[in-house]
Ligand binder design. Structure first.
Ligand SMILES: Cc1ncc(COP(=O)(O)O)c(C=O)c1O
Length: 443
């Protein structure tokens, strides 16, 4: 047998071929120049042409355990050696153990899960379950939200990614308790009153569920005021509306607790997860059901299914990921270093007039840039960008810091394994890049 040596592609070739033959998310395809990434370890990744980056967004807020964790890689390999795939009608050890482990970790009495491939289909199925159990069709969701890219998940999404995708209807959006740049300082009352009023006008008997991110992610790390989630829980219960918490981004230690709802002691009827479930080493999502929801399907057919439901490699990866979180107390690290991150945020706010607001919960953070501290005019408009925001984003990349820059917001969501020294290293880069923002401040 002749084995031909395959000449590795250059960074430029990889980037060009990827753009020519594959589609990129949420963007114009012409003019894209994606980084050709070769390897990653801990909080860093490296491109094919040798550039090194510190990852301040855990990619898409998903690589919570950090890159290249041997324990997770070895578990994936071991499962691949034993059994790569079996139909979801079968029972497997990783499925059994992961189901049991999640029942232990998930809030309150949630003790059953339906496994999916990611967050979008977790939300699609949570909504489907809510409709089946209540016999109602309508779904409530919030404007500042993202719940996934297909079907009802994109209809439920409140942010502008919904606009080109909507049409089927059946979702009613409500306002959230966040206004202006200093989001998160508003009281819970007005948003709860508006929710009650919407339910009255839409008819409680027509609404199956209210889906919400307990801490909204891509829309700016929006932390609810105390009393808000508790109020939503009470309003949903009183109206027979199921509460679905989308913890796809906020789950698995990101906020300094296993799940964001744990900060307020709220137990939703359904919870969705993905991303941190496997730290994105392989795709896996899940819907968690409380016993009173799961019981409905004891004598009603569960009209849902996926070829990859409970994929053995996904389940094995998730078990190893959760074990890694536990062994290294990464949830505790997120809580502890969340305080360091908050102090770094405040330092930037003191030093840079362009920093209008900062907020975080655990290692889930965001910095909002403004043109004026007085008017709090954002440095880029809602759903848009500006030359100054583009320049700040470019300066971060040039200095070796990878993060998510959206509208006027810079995200600070590093892997939960980050050390204080690594965190401070990232903030030094932010400190320098923000000087560009300062030059745009007009008072
Ligand atoms: C809160 C939330 N829900 C759902 C999704 C969709 O998950 P996925 O991209 O895995 O389908 C995301 C993805 O960013 C998310 O942040």
């Amino acid at each position: 047998m002749v084995i031909e040596a395959v000449k590795p592609l250059t960074a430029a070739e990889i980037s060009e071929l990827c753009v020519r033959h594959t589609m990129y998310d949420w963007s114009l395809q012409a003019g894209l120049k994606p980084l050709a990434v070769a390897t990653a370890k801990g909080v860093r990744f490296e491109t094919v042409d040798g550039r090194r980056f510190i990852d301040f967004n855990s990619q898409l807020m998903c690589v919570n355990a950090g890159h290249g964790d041997r324990r997770i890689i070895d578990a994936i390999k071991a499962q691949a050696d034993k059994l790569t795939y079996i139909s979801p009608v079968a029972a497997t050890e990783p499925r059994a153990r992961l189901g049991q482990k999640l029942a232990e970790l998930l809030p309150g009495d949630i003790d059953k899960v339906f496994f999916t491939l990611g967050g979008t289909d977790a939300n699609e199925n949570a909504i489907k379950i809510a409709r089946a159990v209540t016999g109602r069709r309508k779904i409530l969701s919030r404007y500042r939200s993202y719940h996934g890219s297909t079907g009802t998940a994109i209809e439920a999404t409140g942010d502008p990614r919904r606009w080109p995708n909507e049409g089927a209807g059946g979702v009613v959006h409500v306002l959230d308790p966040y206004h202006g740049v200093e989001r998160g300082t508003d009281p819970a009352g007005p948003a709860l009153q508006q929710l009650e009023e919407t339910i009255r006008l839409e008819g409680a008997s027509t609404i199956a569920a209210f889906i919400l991110e307990p801490v909204a992610g891509t829309n700016g790390i929006l932390i609810p005021p105390d009393g808000y989630l508790e109020g939503v829980r009470e309003i949903c219960t009183r109206n027979g509306i199921l509460m679905i918490c989308d913890e796809v981004m906020s789950g698995f230690g990101r906020t300094g607790k296993w799940f964001a709802v744990d900060h307020w002691g709220v137990v939703p009827d359904l919870i969705t997860m993905a991303k941190g479930l496997t730290s994105a080493y392989v795709p896996l999502g899940a819907v968690g059901l409380r016993p009173h929801i799961a019981a409905y399907f004891d004598d009603h057919v569960f009209w849902a299914g996926l070829t990859y439901n409970s994929h053995p490699i996904g389940c094995a990866a998730a078990l190893a990921t959760i074990r890694a979180y536990e062994e290294d107390d990464m949830v505790g690290n997120s809580h502890r270093l969340g305080k360091v991150l908050a102090a770094q945020h405040r330092r930037l706010q003191e030093r840079h007039p362009c920093v209008g607001a900062v907020r975080n919960i655990g290692l889930f953070g965001a910095i909002e840039l403004v043109r004026s501290r007085r008017t709090l005019e954002p440095l880029a408009p809602f759903n848009g960008t500006s030359p100054e925001m583009k320049a700040v984003a470019q300066a971060l990349l040039d200095a070796g810091l990878f993060t998510f820059v959206r509208w006027n917001t810079i995200m600070t969501n590093p892997p939960l394994c980050i050390t204080q020294a690594e965190l401070e290293e990232g903030f030094e880069i932010l400190d320098t890049a923000l000087e560009i923002g300062d030059r745009a401040v007009n008072d």
